[in-house]
Design a protein. Sequence first.
Length: 316
Amino acid sequence: MVTVLYMAPGDKPDPWRDAFLAQMPDADFRVWSDDPAKDETGDPADIQYAIVWKPKPGVLKSLPNLKAIFSMGAGVDHLWNDPELPDGVPLVRLVDRCLTQGMSEYVLYWTIHHHRKMGVYAGWTAEHRWKRLRQADAEQRRVGILGLGELGSDAAQKLVPLHYQVAGWARTKKDIPGVESFHGPDQLIPFLNRTEILVCLLPLTPDTQGIINKDTLAALPKGACLINCARGGHVVDDDLIAAIESGHIEAATLDVFHTEPLPDDHPYWSHPKVTVTPHMASLTVPHSSTEWYVKNIQRMEAGEPPLNTVDRGTRY
Ligand code: NAP
């Protein structure tokens, strides 16, 4: 029997408890709470695995027999808020078929939206205007994805059969059929120069913080659109707003923000060229993400290393 601690302050644990016990009925599934009356941690020495989202700093270090920490999201930037993350305990990213599918749906939906200028039509509809633009040709539309990992590469591969010209930028060179590969800092500007619809699917790390700024936005062709479904910290908000106001950037779809929920008075909410979605590009689904935790726990219990561990050096 394994003992698992679920720690996602503010979230409802029951769907995860139900999903976990359905797949690993003999597990001891405990829920951490800040409220001592509700906290199920018990003896910290019992806990072998932790499933966490924005864990309370210091708690993970207090678990002496912890074998792995599972992030409930693909991004692990939330973990670095804990300055006492225990050394030597593997950090495992979430890789999940529903998460990947959801993100690709979001990227395809908004890519087509910007390609077909649906935002312009929505404005005309509101004014009861019957007006058409010249139809765009997907074969001439250049889409570029920042980050070609689990999520970026799936979205890229799904855009290829729709006939877009697809490219991606990563740290290392990729070989994905139909996708032009750019890599490393030297190839960022050439990648941006050819990109009309830019999708951000990078992890938030010290290297990628603020990567969408006045210089990189200026490297995009005039009229380019942005879809940011990674983290708010990738974008310098004032630079994006200035680039939209100047007409250089035509429109942006933003799912993630420096402060979430997005403050009520933030200019993004009411900007006619900005679409805000509430960090829903792809949500963690209990039954499918639990397949990932259970698979990794079974591997580790069999003496194998977990899959998709985080490199603490690169921070992703
Ligand atoms: P991943 O598999 O770790 O892929 C990360 C990609 O970014 C890799 O291709 C990596 O390059 C590239 N990269 C990292 N640092 C780089 C740098 N300094 N320069 C160039 N490329 C760099 O991550 P993932 O699972 O695809 O997830 C990506 C992000 O999506 C997450 O970190 C999270 O923030 C975000 N996300 C958002 C939502 C939402 O609902 N909005 C949901 C899920 C995830 P290499 O391949 O060369 O290593």
